[in-house]
Design a protein around this ligand. Structure first.
Ligand SMILES: Cc1ncc(COP(=O)(O)O)c(C=O)c1O
Length: 386
């Protein structure tokens, strides 16, 4: 295909950040303004006709209104198979906010949190903030290794494990159904709670049932909107193992209010779901992502990378001796930012060198194409030969 060679500085301002960088290190869904904007306006208009603005923001949304939770049950049923009872559902400001409540809520003093050896970095930060010791579990091409997980359960007595089962961040691995069952069985046997972050699953063309559908009685299921609708929408639904557990961990909102959804966003999301417009937006995002994957394939198709048509990110292993840091620095000097493998681990574990490329974030295809061409130019022939 023809490769654009857009000179630095010729990009429209709104396409790059304030430092002039195209940020492929961010993992945001691709914008679909033709679909999103009209729906957003319609839903807001309908909302403001049905409730006065002052009534809408009169009070906190606590765990969400009853309607928010019912809509959340409807929304999460798409993944869980059946709608959870409303009392198990909590509407939170974001996945991160939910994790902030769940960690101290379910991990007693002296117990540990197990995480994937390469994991979504903020989880480590949150655990440290609450004084929760972390224990890493090795991962393979099918996600968390069952034997290693069992070993950790025996030796480190974790109260919970946090994991991403679909499009793992950063490796893109989607755990097979058989592996999900194995992990659920081990967790049950050792009484380990599962915190399953399913945030990337809504874009999958063929999603598998979450572990939380296999072992709901031990699972805290998280379904955020930031990776499939818009990063700034943030809202995330939590499905707790039981209504009592949901109330125990989340209800004392007066003492820790930051995790609550703002009324405006909450009402907007509930109405999106009620109208079925969430599905329309998801379809548009999936279509745009498919086009971006075609572009990726055209430009970097001769490299061995891991991804999937529904995955926002791409994991590109580098050959031994190639430094992901040096590669990232070289690419950054040409105005493109990517994420390196080291940022997903603790200093004690040195992962194989790799980079993560987020293809959803650039505002336009032209911009993504430019960034991928820069990446392509910087990848040595060695990368292509592995
Ligand atoms: C696995 C995972 N969970 C959660 C988030 C953030 O979710 P939220 O914006 O809902 O806090 C991210 C963002 O990168 C992520 O990769």
């Amino acid at each position: 295909m023809r490769k654009l060679n857009i000179p630095a500085g010729s990009m429209p301002d709104r396409c790059v950040d304030k430092n002039g960088l195209i940020r492929l290190n961010l993992n945001h869904p691709p914008p679909v303004p033709e679909t999103f904007d009209q729906i957003f306006k319609d839903v807001l208009e309908e909302l403001l006709l049905s409730v006065s603005p002052s009534a809408l923001v009169k009070t906190h949304r606590w765990t969400g209104t009853e309607d928010d939770r019912l809509r959340g049950a409807e929304f999460t049923a798409g993944r869980l198979g059946t709608p959870p009872v409303e009392g198990r559902v909590v509407l939170t400001h974001s996945t991160q906010a939910a994790i902030h409540m769940i960690l101290p809520g379910i991990i007693p003093e002296g117990r540990t949190l197990a995480v994937e050896q390469m994991a979504y970095p903020p989880v480590r930060t949150f655990a440290q903030r609450y004084g929760v010791p972390l224990v890493d579990v090795p991962i393979d091409g099918d996600g968390l290794e069952p034997d290693a997980f069992e070993g950790v359960c025996q030796k480190a007595n974790p109260a919970a494990i946090y994991l991403v089962t679909t499009y793992q961040n950063p490796t893109t691995v989607t755990m097979s159904l058989q592996r999900r069952r194995q992990i659920a069985e081990i967790a049950r046997r050792y009484d380990v709670k599962i915190i399953e972050d399913d945030i990337y699953s809504l874009l999958s063309p063929s999603p598998l049932p979450p572990i939380s559908a296999i072992a709901p009685e031990i699972s805290w299921y998280l379904l955020g909107t930031a990776k499939s609708f818009a990063a700034g929408l943030k809202l995330a639904y939590v499905v707790a193992p039981t209504p009592n557990e949901a109330a125990r961990v989340f209800w004392p909102g007066v003492r820790a209010t930051y995790w609550m959804a703002t009324p405006m966003s909450a009402a907007l999301m509930s109405n999106l779901i009620r109208r079925g417009d969430d599905l329309v937006i998801l379809t548009a995002v999936k279509n745009e992502l498919r086009i971006r994957h075609q572009l990726l394939d055209q430009i970097l198709g001769d490299c061995r990378y891991a991804t999937d048509p529904g995955c926002l990110h791409v994991w590109l292993p580098l050959p031994a001796g190639t430094s992901s840091q040096e590669l990232a620095d070289a690419i950054k000097s040409e105005g493109v930012q990517i994420a390196e493998s080291n940022s997903y681990t603790t200093p004690s574990f040195r992962p194989s060198e790799a980079i993560r490329i987020g293809i959803g974030n650039p505002e336009t295809l032209v911009l993504l194409e430019h960034a991928l061409v820069v990446l392509d130019r910087n990848l040595t022939s060695a990368v292509r030969s592995i």
